[in-house]
Ligand binder design. Sequence first.
Ligand SMILES: O=C(O)[C@H](O)[C@@H](O)[C@@H](O)[C@H](O)CO
Ligand SMILES: [Mg+2]
Length: 382
Amino acid sequence: MQITKITTYRIPPRWMLLKIETDAGIVGWGEPVIEGRARTVETAVHEFTPNLIGKDPSRINDLWHEMYRGSFYRGGPILMSAIAGIDQALWDIKGKALGVPVYQLLGGLVRDKMKTYSWVGGDRPADVINSIRKLRESGFDTFKMNGTEELAMIDTSIAIDAAVARVAEIRSAFGNEIEFGLDFHGRVSAPMAKVLLRELEPYRPLFVEEPVLAENAEHYPHLAACTSIPLAAGERMYSRWEFKRVFEQGGISIVQPDLSHAGGITECLKIGSMAESYDVALAPHCPLGPIALAACLHVDFVSHNAVLQEQSMGIHYNNGAELLDYVLNRDDFKMTDGYIQPFTKPGLGVEINEERVIEASKNAEDWRNPIWRHPDGSMAEW
Ligand SMILES: O=C(O)[C@H](O)[C@@H](O)[C@@H](O)[C@H](O)CO
Ligand SMILES: [Mg+2]
């Protein structure tokens, strides 16, 4: 079999799908994207393309190394997202060619269903109580929200109390019938993270995500030493070589590699198994579309230390299209009480509605994350 064509489709709300065609008529789909840099990743995909046309798509490992090691300058969000989408599509092709779901090619199921969580509260966490109430009706009991709005490097007790009050309100409304993670979203400096973690301790969040920016990872062990709250990170780390330093120094209890940012199924499977050897849990990051989520789930279904899966249904970013809008058969994702059942179809197990994708790609807007500023006019982390 040979790769004959690679096509990319930038589509609302802020995703990109990639289609790899072969001379055997088998097609694979991937989802390479960095939110806000779709065009840059698209260029990176098409820079890899000439070297992929004519190649045997079954040689996923060799193609992965050629894309990764063949670039003198390697790693980082753009190249690793381009590689991720191509890798996902190659696994989709392999599963379809052999007539089995990808997880069967990775050793088969370690679980019968995968637990997911839902976002609530939006960019500026508000109205979370009603959102949680609504989502509980569809069986969810685990949620995630932003832990705070923008925060100065050294902020006030009022700002800290506002963040804590929101969490206290959730606990008093639902007790321990629900669990929730708090995403600090890189908005919190190391000094403020220490204060917030201490004040949040009594409410036992399930985890605190990106307690500081990924580039300040050296703080993870110190922050972990001053709290019992599990710390989570990973969406802005892009390869084993970044994760290994975090495993070595300790401090992170849950890693969240993004299957569309960190080199795809091939790389994230390795990151997950490295994590297991450090007794670190795996909870893949996925605020994106259906192919990204499917790729995550195939890794979850074969990873002993996979504990939770992010999915973007109803997420505050999905304006203009929802998670399953481009999927021909919504039952590809069988969700009951917040759990997703294993795929049954070959490959990634999701049939893309290509007609809808092509239509939507015709006038897809370029999504950009908001630019936030502090009251004094200085840049704030979004
Ligand atoms: O945990 C999450 O989903 C992420 O922090 C998410 O909010 C960001 O990755 C966002 O997609 C960036 O544009
Ligand atoms: Mg996050």
